[in-house]
Design a binder for this molecule. Sequence first.
Ligand SMILES: CC(=O)N[C@H]1[C@@H](OP(=O)(O)OP(=O)(O)OC[C@H]2O[C@@H](n3ccc(=O)[nH]c3=O)[C@H](O)[C@@H]2O)O[C@H](CO)[C@@H](O)[C@@H]1O
Ligand SMILES: C=C(OP(=O)(O)O)C(=O)O
Length: 435
Amino acid sequence: MASFVIEGGHRLQGEIHPQGAKNEALQILCAVLLTPEKVTISNIPNIIDVNKLIFILGELGVKVHKIDESTYTFQADDIDLDYLESEKFKKDGSSLRGSIMIVGPLLARFGRGYIPRPGGDKIGRRRLDTHFEGFISLGAKFRYNKEERFYGVEAEQLHGTDMLLDEASVTGTANIIMAAVLAKGTTRIYNAACEPYIQQLSKMINSMGGNISGVGSNLLIIEGVESLGGCEHRVLPDMIEIGSWIGMAAMTKSELTIKDVSWNDLGQIPRVFQKLGINLERKGDDIYIPSQEEYEVQNYIDGSILTVADAPWPGFTPDLLSIVLVIATQAKGSVLIHQKMFESRLFFVDKLIDMGAKVILCDPHRATIIGLNHQSNLKATTMVSPDIRAGISLLIAALSAEGTSTIHNIEQIDRGYQNIVERLQAVGAKIKRVD
Ligand SMILES: CC(=O)N[C@H]1[C@@H](OP(=O)(O)OP(=O)(O)OC[C@H]2O[C@@H](n3ccc(=O)[nH]c3=O)[C@H](O)[C@@H]2O)O[C@H](CO)[C@@H](O)[C@@H]1O
Ligand SMILES: C=C(OP(=O)(O)O)C(=O)O
């Protein structure tokens, strides 16, 4: 288990280039299974989860070629479906969340898709009902092996239909889209997730010859097509990483420019940080954050305390709440963080409390933060990264703290942040990796 050793209390300065988006890349990579033709994808982040999925595609028989650091071609013209029933796949497939999205395209193109219970962050219940209810509506037969926790869907031919999703699940919507594009007839998905990564997937499929309309809304209309062809696709910058860099700048009083952020795809993200009092300026497609000695939380118009809560897009993403929480510990003022989607994502606040933060964990979903306004610094400590976003939040806390902190289990951070040590060092952070 590797660790980070961080000497806190240093200001950072410079430019950061965000990596390609983890959660978009996971969808897009699964979509290469929809066609026997060549698909070229650029801006793929070099992170553990994405590399695991590329590995699984390779095991499935997809021809994978790396063109440069972040560009690959994929060709799924000779798929080995036996791999899906192997013991090896049970292990490989269960090691990340994104692998669940191979099921939709495999079902659509080859009539069957299997998956072990997928991994990903242990942040509360993460059910898959939406995915399988969608496949069943399209005419698939579903089976579940409880002992092995192995899911399967089969259908000779999928048929388009109208469906109302029980929740706007992100990976669920992506999976159902990828099944419906090769179904016979029209599918209408109501209560679809509509975040930019789903929009990107839809645009990619349309460029492969698919016919998806309503892109960006929660009603997607998909006219099934016989087959899809190759395409070229570029992954958006990672909005969660961008939010993480904003948080890091504020907590360490640093001046940072985050380059080429694709501002129009950031939704509520800049506004939420601005409500915390963080100055950020849009400069072209960059975000400029000046060094700030303090940031003051804006209360609501009636004077009541700011609440930052997650909601399906266009609401605020749950993946940035841990980061908002850690920034709030040094704000001027108080904030209520309400994590509605996941019930085990806030427990890491114990560590922040150990470090001197004033936080009341009201229940598993809500925490009240009374900002210290930099009047007292967090104290360095030793901690274990419980999940990817809590991990980066603890890293931000350590960068701002007095003294030297150690974070163990950093594989959790490596799951989603590319070359984090080198990129932090380049802007002046004192951090090293120890194996
Ligand atoms: C690989 C990937 O892309 N992972 C992301 C994806 O996970 P994933 O697709 O697994 O998450 P879902 O969108 O299915 O749901 C996340 C959680 O929110 C709950 N829920 C969802 C929709 C809704 O309307 N109401 C509701 O309460 C679900 O019950 C679940 O507990 O989306 C999550 C929600 O943005 C993100 O945290 C994950 O980083
Ligand atoms: C929860 C996350 O990822 P995953 O769904 O892959 O566990 C995340 O990216 O914050």
